[in-house]
Write a protein that binds this ligand. Sequence first.
Ligand code: NAD
Length: 473
Amino acid sequence: MSSIEGEQFSFFHGVERNFEKASRFTNISKGLLEEIKSCNSVLKVKFPVKLGEDIQVIEAFRVQHSHHHSPCKGGVRFSEDVNQDEVMALAALMTYKCAVVDVPFGGAKGGVKINPKNYSVSDLERITRRYTAELYKKNFIGPGIDVPAPDYGTSAREMSWILDTYRSLNPQDINASACVTGKPVTQGGINGRAEATGLGVFYGIREACSYEEDMAKIGLKPGVKGKEVVVQGLGNVGYHAANFLKYAGAKLVGLIEYEGGIYDPEGLDLDKVIEIRNATGSILNVDAPIKEENSTKALEWECDILIPAAKESVIHKENAGRIRAKIIGEAANGPLTPDADDILFEKNIMVIPDTYLNAGGVTVSYFEWLQNLSHIRFGRLEKRFTESRYHEIVSIAEDLSGKSVNEAARKLLRGPAEEDFVYSGLEETMVLAYKEVRDTFHAIEEVRDLRTAAYILAINRIGSSYTEFGIFP
Ligand code: NAD
């Protein structure tokens, strides 16, 4: 449970409310809906870690929300706000997210209740390794059981510790590298995973902005180019989403971190802002015409696209009425409460839901897991073959035409490498899933928003996997 404006709020109940709103538009039986909605397994552990001269007891969780596919999949969060309700909600969102983008995993999530900023690197390593050992003891990790990934407060570094610990406990498992994704590329990670969630956010926003009639309804022209964007949270997801949007021609007018936000109608230089923040410790040291010390207040800045990319429940019934964005792209998990959804609907603000928009991370994690299990890099077999075929075709064309291809064009003749497959696989996934969500939205007249449409799509997909294979026993 977390507190919003002094009131207790259950994130998990918020997810359940969204589920229930959507489930009445499906033909799935009451019992099966209950099974899809429930959290299947909840692990809560407290373990001691020797830090310096003393022992510290750390609280941690792993929740497997759904086993309709194996393994379960979901990130591990390091944050002092971690609690069971939050991890259950995040695990449930993983189930629906995987279903929306048709990635065959059940949903899971992990959380370690620490503020990583308060620990040295070697302390963090000890905590991560001990957490992994706890997961292993309780059968909550393994390539076919449950596969963690990075989330808020963790990165490739923590994933490499998880892998190493799991591997040392399972020296005989030739698939051990598939026990965790988001690893460094040198340890079985995949090129493109680090930026995958932010890239997926970009593809999703680009798709949403590409429909002229949808944009007209909120008073915008189609396309990302020229759109004014505010991003909250410049970590893994927020930074990469902002970067890809900038390359596509959007203008970053507002950037927000936990210590405050800066706004410049002429546009901000993302890398310079990060550089100054890293050097001085605060985004407020950047020279900008408008500064705001209250990071929540900064969400109210006027813009075309607002991207919350930090934590859940940042837009709620108290501040939703003051939001002035035309589109909200949910890069974070659960940044809007259900009450906020209702208020934003009345204000004609388009919400691109988390269950679709931030699925890029798990999609590329799926590619990484497949690559680990197949023990071969994407492109290794066909790269050179494809390249020589391109060259043969071009030389035949050159012979027939008597003209030769210039050097710049010749560079395009290279065969596809791992990153090319990852980017194109992710783009295809995000484009197709947006179309499916949008088609679901248009197919049912009473459905008012894309979130409900995404849930309907997910519930139907999960439901059909049960009816196809039956429930044991
Ligand atoms: P991160 O730890 O890399 O970055 C989070 C950033 O948000 C940090 O820079 C932090 O300082 C900032 N922040 C914290 N509180 C803030 C506040 N009140 N206002 C402004 N900024 C604040 O985490 P991340 O991996 O980028 O995850 C961000 C969100 O995206 C989370 O909700 C996470 O669950 C979700 N998500 C992450 C992934 C992934 O692949 N990492 C995938 C899907 C969803």
